[in-house]
Design a protein around this ligand. Structure first.
Ligand code: HSE
Length: 372
C-alpha cells in the first residue's frame, strides 16, 4: 500500500481534500500518515489509518519513510522542506498544492482530464514532483477542453472574476465582515422606503473609505467593490496571477512555452468560493457554427455543464452561487462576437476549492495508487 503523508490537511484546501477523499473512500486505498508543523504528537484526524498520532512535518527522517508527500501547507513550507528532502535523497512523490515548484523543470502540473497521459508517462519516466495548477487556469482549461482537443483555439483573452477563497480563509471572513459593516451603516434607512437612495449610497461610500471597515487581508474594500489586482507585479505590467495564465496552461497542455497565447485581467470580486471568467477566443476556423461549438464544449469532459444562452438558465446555473460546492464546470453565454465569425465569447464558472485546488490532487493520489 502506498504510504502517503499529509501536511496542511487542516487548512482550507487541505480540509476540502480530506472531505473529498472521505467521500470517495480514498483512505482505504492508502496507508495515510498525518503530519503537523505545530502539533507534533497531537491527535491525527480519524480516517481509519493505523497511525493516529501527528508526526512532525519538519522531521525529514519521518518524511523519508513515505512513498508520497502531499502538502497543502503553502509555498513557504515547500521552499523550506524541498532542499532538505533532496539532500536526504527522498525518492518518493511530492504532491504540492502551492505554486512553489510549478515552473521547475522537474515538476509536472496536474489536471488529469486534460493531461492524464502526461501524468502517467511522468510516473513511469521518473518525475517525482506533481503540482496542483493555478485555479483560474485549471477551470479555464476544463471549460474549453473540447475546443482544445479539436485544435480550434488560436488565442484566449480571459477576464476573471475571482472569489475571495482564492486569497485564503481569512479573506473570505473579511469579505463577509465587510458586508456586515456595510449593511450596519445603513440598516435602518434601508427598511425605510422613503429614504433617498443617494443618502444610502453616500453612507455606504463613507463607510467603505473609513477605517471602520476591516481591510487587513485584502488591503481594500471588496464588499461593494472590485479589485483589479491579484498577487505580485510582474515587470511587463501583468500581475503574477495574469502571468500564470499562459505559462501554466502551456505546461499543462505539454506545449512549448507561449505556444497558446493567453492573457487578460484578473479581478477579485465579492463571490465566496467560485471563480468566473469571461473568455474571448480567437478560433482557428471561422466556419464552425455556434451549434457545433456547443457540441464540442459539451464533449470536452464529464464535468462541463452547458448553460443555454438565455436569461433564466444563466441566472440559475451560470453563477458562483449555483456552482459553489460542486464539481460542475458551468459554461454558457456562448456566442460569436460582432468582431467577426472567428471570435467566440463565453462565460464559465467553477469552484475554486474543488476543481481549482483539491480535486486534481485527490485524483493524482488515485493515479499514483494505480500506477506508481
Ligand atoms: N491565485 C488564486 C487566486 C488562487 O488568488 O484566486 C488559487 O490558484
Amino acid at each position: 500500500m502506498l504510504r502517503v503523508g499529509f501536511i496542511g490537511w487542516r487548512g482550507m484546501v487541505g480540509s476540502v481534500l480530506m472531505k473529498r477523499m472521505q467521500a470517495n473512500n480514498d483512505f482505504k486505498k492508502i496507508d495515510a500518515v498525518f503530519f503537523s508543523t505545530s502539533d507534533k504528537g497531537g491527535k491525527a484526524p480519524e480516517m481509519g489509518q493505523k497511525n493516529t498520532t501527528l508526526l512532525d512535518a519538519y522531521d525529514v527522517k519521518a518524511l523519508l519513510n513515505l512513498d508520497c508527500i502531499v502538502t497543502a501547507q503553502g509555498g513557504d513550507y515547500t521552499d523550506f522542506i524541498m532542499p532538505k528532502l533532496k539532500d536526504a535523497g527522498f525518492s518518493g512523490f511530492f504532491v504540492d498544492a502551492s505554486s512553489a515548484l510549478r515552473m521547475s523543470e522537474d515538476s509536472l502540473l496536474i489536471l488529469d482530464p486534460i493531461n492524464y497521459n502526461q501524468i502517467v508517462n511522468g510516473i513511469k519516466n521518473g518525475t517525482r514532483i506533481y503540482c496542483g495548477s493555478n485555479c483560474t487556469v485549471s477551470l479555464m482549461l476544463l471549460a474549453i477542453s473540447g475546443l482544445l482537443k479539436h485544435d480550434l483555439v488560436e488565442w484566449v483573452n480571459s477576464q476573471t472574476y475571482q472569489a475571495a477563497s482564492g486569497a485564503g480563509a481569512n479573506n473570505m471572513r473579511e469579505l463577509i465582515a465587510q458586508c456586515g459593516v456595510m449593511y450596519s451603516s445603513v440598516g435602518k434607512n434601508l427598511e425605510d422606503k422613503t429614504t433617498n437612495i443617494l443618502d444610502i449610497d453616500q453612507a455606504v461610500s463613507e463607510i467603505l473609505g473609513s477605517d471602520k471597515l476591516p481591510t487587513q487581508y485584502f488591503g481594500a474594500p471588496l464588499a461593494g467593490n472590485v479589485l483589479p489586482w491579484i498577487d505580485k507585479a510582474m515587470e511587463n505590467g501583468q500581475t503574477k496571477e495574469e502571468w500564470k495564465g499562459m505559462v501554466e496552461a502551456n505546461k499543462i497542455l505539454g506545449l512549448v512555452s507561449n505556444t497558446l497565447k493567453i492573457d487578460g485581467n484578473c479581478v477579485r470580486v465579492g463571490s465566496l468560493r467560485s471563480h468566473s471568467q469571461a473568455l474571448t477566443i480567437k478560433l482557428r476556423d471561422s466556419n464552425i457554427s455556434v451549434n457545433e461549438i456547443e457540441g464540442l464544449i459539451k464533449s470536452g469532459n464529464e464535468w462541463v455543464r452547458f448553460v443555454p444562452n438565455n436569461k433564466p438558465d444563466t441566472l440559475k446555473y451560470l453563477t458562483p452561487a449555483s456552482v459553489n460546492g460542486t464539481l460542475d464546470i458551468a459554461v454558457g453565454r456562448v456566442r460569436k462576437l460582432n468582431l467577426g465569425e472567428d471570435y467566440l465569447s463565453m462565460f464559465t464558472v467553477g469552484d475554486q476549492l474543488l476543481w481549482g485546488a483539491a480535486e486534481p490532487i485527490r485524483r493524482l493520489i488515485d493515479i499514483l495508487v494505480k500506477h506508481a
